[in-house]
Ligand binder design. Structure first.
Ligand SMILES: C[S@@+](CC[C@H](N)C(=O)[O-])C[C@H]1O[C@@H](n2cnc3c(N)ncnc32)[C@H](O)[C@@H]1O
Length: 258
């Protein structure tokens, strides 16, 4: 894939409360998701690879930190959300690409690909998973690695998700929108659908922002990886590299091309 910051499959953002909500959440993303053990796990891998692709890079926190820590090689972050990528672009010494994983066309250019912050779970359909994993496999050089995590479905973490108190966000003209985050959670097979409800006080109307996360069990995950020509090298249940068990919160995987 050539270096570029727009792709033909990118739709312009629609105006309205849902876009405003995404923008405001992107602005606050780093504050709401501070640096933690998962980032340290990935930073170590990034610092030991000469060319790195961060798929679903969000605000670019990991690659920003890698440059700050002295990474001299090629760093590339890809994300389909323009609001997130706008935050990432504060550092111009990283390539930022606005695209989905499935539309990547790099050919054996990276020593390491990562998907962090549960970005992998946003690949919801079988087709998106298959196409994205094939694109990851193609982007890796021989001896390259793909590291990512997905939440373990066995402890059913969504049952403990609560949206908390409503939050208020304000648009550029001063209009306030009230957001009830995670107002409704619906589980269908291995996909968790999350709805957040946005209300402009006084307008009488509500808008619903939808998101979905796929929860693959370890066997199904291994099958998707194998079909894409990837084999699991290492797998852990938590960021301390403890073994994966039924009670583990995460399925952390480091895979390589077969
Ligand atoms: C929870 S954020 C994680 C961001 C970042 N990796 C981190 O750890 O802070 C998930 C990211 O995945 C991105 N994403 C969603 N669908 C994607 C896809 N099909 N391909 C690549 N990235 C995707 C979202 O836009 C979002 O920025």
């Amino acid at each position: 894939m050539p270096d570029r910051d727009t792709t033909p499959d990118h739709e312009p953002e629609p105006a309205g409360p849902a876009t405003l909500y995404r923008r405001r959440m992107a602005e606050r993303y780093n504050e709401l998701n501070p640096w933690a053990a998962d980032n340290e796990f990935y930073l170590e891998l990034v610092m030991s690879a000469s060319s790195v692709l961060d798929i679903g890079c969000g605000t670019g926190m990991l690659l920003h930190r890698a440059r700050q820590a002295g990474h001299q090689g090629r760093l590339c972050g890809l994300d389909p959300d323009p609001a997130m990528l706008d935050q990432a672009r504060v550092r111009p010494d990283v390539d930022w690409v606005l695209a989905r994983a499935a539309s990547m066309t790099w050919d054996r250019q990276f020593d390491l690909a990562v998907m962090t912050g549960h970005a992998f779970q946003q690949l919801v359909t079988d087709e998106d998973l298959r196409t994205s994993l094939a694109a990851v496999r193609a982007a890796l050089r021989g001896g390259g690695r793909f590291a990512f995590e997905t939440r373990n479905p066995a402890p059913r973490p969504w049952q403990r998700w609560r949206g908390g108190d409503p939050i208020e966000i304000t648009d550029d003209s001063g209009t306030t929108v009230q957001v009830r985050r995670h107002a409704r959670i619906v589980v269908a097979d291995d996909v968790v659908h999350i709805e957040s409800v946005l209300t402009v006080p006084g307008s009488g109307g509500e808008q619903v922002a939808h998101s979905s996360l796929r929860f693959l069990d370890p066997e199904t995950l291994a099958g998707f990886l194998a079909d894409a020509g990837l084999v699991i090298d290492e797998q852990y249940g938590d960021w301390d590299r403890s073994p994966l068990t039924g009670a583990s919160p995460e399925i952390i995987t480091v895979a390589r091309p077969t």
